[in-house]
Write a protein that binds this ligand. Sequence first.
Ligand SMILES: Nc1ncnc2c1ncn2[C@@H]1O[C@H](COP(=O)(O)OP(=O)(O)OP(=O)(O)O)[C@@H](O)[C@H]1O
Ligand SMILES: [Mg+2]
Length: 349
Amino acid sequence: MKLFNFLSRIFRASGDLAIDLGTANTLVWHSKKGLIINEPSVVAVMEYKGVKNVVAVGNEAKKMLGRTPADVKAIRPLRDGVIADFEVAEAMLSYFIKKAMEGGNRFFRPRVVIGVPSLITPVEKRAVIEAAELAGAADVFLIEEPMAAAIGVGLPVDQPIGNMIVDIGGGTTEVAVISMAGIVCSTSLKVAGDEFDEAIVNYIRRKYSLHIGERTAEQIKINIGAAIEIEPEKSMEVFGRDAVTGIPRNIIVTQKDVVEACAEQVRAVISAIKMTLEKTPPELSADIYEKGIFFSGGGSLLRGLGILVERETGIKAHISEDALLGVVKGCAKVLEDIRLLARVNASAR
Ligand SMILES: Nc1ncnc2c1ncn2[C@@H]1O[C@H](COP(=O)(O)OP(=O)(O)OP(=O)(O)O)[C@@H](O)[C@H]1O
Ligand SMILES: [Mg+2]
């Protein structure tokens, strides 16, 4: 036993990994070095006679989105919160784990905690675990994203207290009420950042007869987007292709445009929060009413969202500045707390 403890201490010394395998971004936290990878979940693949070859992963691959020649495809292997392309998702996870372990001791394999969408199927769980093991992980644990996010924002998830977390990512919005390390009730919808972008593309095509790409739409959302009209009113110049003539031209898009474009999607998120509150047992509702609703995920950074939530529910909204780190921070905390890990581990469920 002593030898085991001694070995495990050395083993720990080489560091473990916490990973947020997100639809939009993959983040890796190293227990000794902190956040070491924060890159888009995009893989550029060249396909020849049915065989896929990975050309680039992460930042490099995202630059290629919408700009690749016919034989190279920039793929987002996770879509709508589920694994859309198994093979490519495995390749991506393996690339990030290997990159995170670069320079480390080859003989010590890390423990890895991975935040996964709560809609993931048992087969997909198996695939994620296997991909991580193949990439060199010793033990792999999975945690459902809302649980990881709640831990990440500092909620006392293992207490008999109602905690509400809303994680608005790229592919999914997950609303969950957590008490005693379990998800008491939840709602998951496939409306999040990506859908906002799509709504902006469609709106600009309808209103201005201009075709813009997904990446431009995302830039508009991040720079001037909002859930409601708030001061200061913002606008930005946008380039695209005229829907009729096909010639490139520019327009000025305003914050009001984005509010209108995303109104339906924002409504859907608010409804999901209200629906989950309605399903919540009364004792826990009282806790949530007192403490407020906590947010994580990049989508929660949409300006004015907190104000709208408070107006619609009468409950305080807490949106942290590092909302994008919620899940990975939660996974990192769990790495340090074996007892909590045992309670929230979703690997075998
Ligand atoms: N300041 C911002 N305002 C609005 N949206 C933002 C902002 N910053 C990032 N986003 C959006 O947040 C989304 C990415 O968030 P996040 O990294 O949390 O998603 P993810 O974890 O990869 O996805 P999922 O949880 O659905 O698997 C993208 O759609 C991005 O455009
Ligand atoms: Mg996420």
